[in-house]
Design a protein around this ligand. Sequence first.
Ligand code: COI
Length: 354
Amino acid sequence: MEIRFEKREQLKEKPDQTQLGFGKYMTDYMFVMDWEQDRGWYDARIIPHGPIELMPACVTLHYAQETFEGLKAYRRGDGSIQLFRPEMNARRMIDSNKRLCMPEFPEEMFVEAVKALVEVEKDWVPAEPETSLYIRPFMFATESALGVHMASAFKFMVICSPVGAYYAEGINPVKILVEDELVRAVKGGTGYTKCGGNYAASILGQVKAESQGCTQVLWLDGVERRYVEEVGTMNIMFKIEGEIYTAPIEGTVLPGVTRDSIIRILKDWGYKVHETRLSVDDLMKAGHEGRLEEAFGTGTAAVVSPVGEFVYREDSVVVNEFRTGELTRKLYDYLTGIQWGKEEDPYGWTVKVC
Ligand code: COI
């Protein structure tokens, strides 16, 4: 793919790497490419990060024909930069796009666009501990038309943001509200895709959780509101009597790249991993009986995040005395060790950029 480069006059000042937070700062450039029904993909370019022009009747603004991804670039100790399983993000975007009737976008094009932008932005990849460059590829309809239909014009873009921990708590335990009224996904819907609409629908739950002193929502299945599925921005796993439980990928749960990696590592470490439905009643019971040893979320932004407490209706259970569990910590250290190049990568998950 040929990529045109448009240089900006002046580069931005870089933020303090110890105070990054999540998603507050944007780098100097962005990748953009257009698609039209009769032309296919064209005009791949890396241009200064800045506003884009859209018509008021742009399909995305009305009908949310939009998908996105999230991955990171990591700076290794020797200064080189690597990605983590970018082809999995590419494949998930392809699946999301199919569900939302959006154009095909070859896996290699996705990875090439990400690599090219990260190479241009290499000075933005932070080196401080626990930091990385968050990469946000996204695609959306640009056609101007008010009828509900499959749009005939789209944009694919990639932007980047240097980040620290996703949660203000860092990698300390978070408190989570089990939502028993609102639902996130049902089979046949878009739950397994990464589309903006899923997140828009989740914000009310998030606001409710925050008003009760919680950081995130644990969503239950949309039919019986009984089985635990996923947390606002991450998949979730439980260690109960030495074995791991997590919701199966059956159409409602996001097939997380970190989820997949952690399951692989856990199995290699000899853990029994049950990708099975677990009811919230069984979860709370295990908590009250002292059998729920650890709980943690997995996600690109959240990495491996310990959960310290679940609040469900009038009930609540504290996990591991609100301390980060031993396995959670070990998983975090090992996974981030591979990502930052401190551990050997026996799985071939890392992809060198420069
Ligand atoms: C990610 O983990 O990359 C996500 O996309 C979650 C999020 C910040 C919406």
